[in-house]
Write a protein of this length. Structure first.
Length: 225
């Protein structure tokens, strides 16, 4: 099991429900740390989606290369979809990945929720995800700010470290597979609720525009309010 990876989509399919808030904080911290490390090595993936974010039984994360397709279009930054992302500068690529990660995590907290049931997120986390999913790249929160915010949240709420949460999520998949005799379907459909999720994210936050500056006082956040 030490080298086994499962996708985030498989985790949710095995559970049959969404991630909890503290799990989102831990995954966000772990993924942001991994993306910063990968970006410095100039080996970044193009798009993050629930089927390309890999969780290991040892508590680590990895990213499967994910090409642009209809299935992952909702997780793809608008500038990439519109062909405006011609630059390969690391800073621009990181902002596209911030968008992908934000949409992926919001998909994870909306998983299998009835359409009329609101997503259960604190204003703090909801505002952060919204700031990650801004259509305009220059208005998105950056990876370093995400890291700082996650570290602050972990200290304030005494949340478990990312590696522990990742191991627990992977264990859920294997426990479920033992109960049912097989691993969950690795081809979890992404496109069915994607547009609805995007509308819910932007719609629910429309009256709560981004309260992010209340929690993290930086010039970037004040500029997007």
């Amino acid at each position: 099991m030490s080298s086994t990876f499962v996708t985030l989509a498989e985790v949710l399919e095995a559970r049959g429900g969404p991630l909890l808030e503290e799990e989102v904080w831990s995954l966000l911290l772990g993924t942001a740390e991994s993306l910063v490390d990968v970006s410095y090595k100039n080996n970044m993936c193009n798009i993050i989606s629930p089927t390309s974010l890999l969780l290991s039984a040892t508590g680590t994360l990895a990213f499967k290369n994910c090409g642009l397709s209809d299935d992952v279009s909702t997780f793809t930054a608008p500038e990439m979809l519109q062909g405006r992302a011609s630059s390969t500068k690391p800073a621009i690529e990181r902002q596209m990945l911030v968008y992908s990660l934000g949409m992926t995590l919001y998909w994870s907290v909306d998983f299998h929720l009835p359409q009329n049931q609101p997503v259960q997120l604190s204003d703090h986390l909801n505002s952060l995800l919204l700031s990650m999913c801004e259509d305009l790249a220059h208005r998105r929160v950056n990876l370093n700010s995400i890291l700082e915010a996650c570290e602050s949240q972990h200290k304030a709420s005494i949340l478990p470290p990312p590696a522990k949460v990742i191991r627990q999520l992977v264990e859920e998949v294997f426990h479920d597979s033992m109960d049912h005799g097989s691993l969950p379907d690795s081809n979890v459909p992404l496109s069915g609720r994607s547009q609805m999720i995007r509308e819910r994210l932007h719609g629910e936050s429309g009256t709560n525009k981004c309260k992010w500056g209340q929690y993290f006082q930086c010039n970037f956040c004040r500029n997007i309010l």
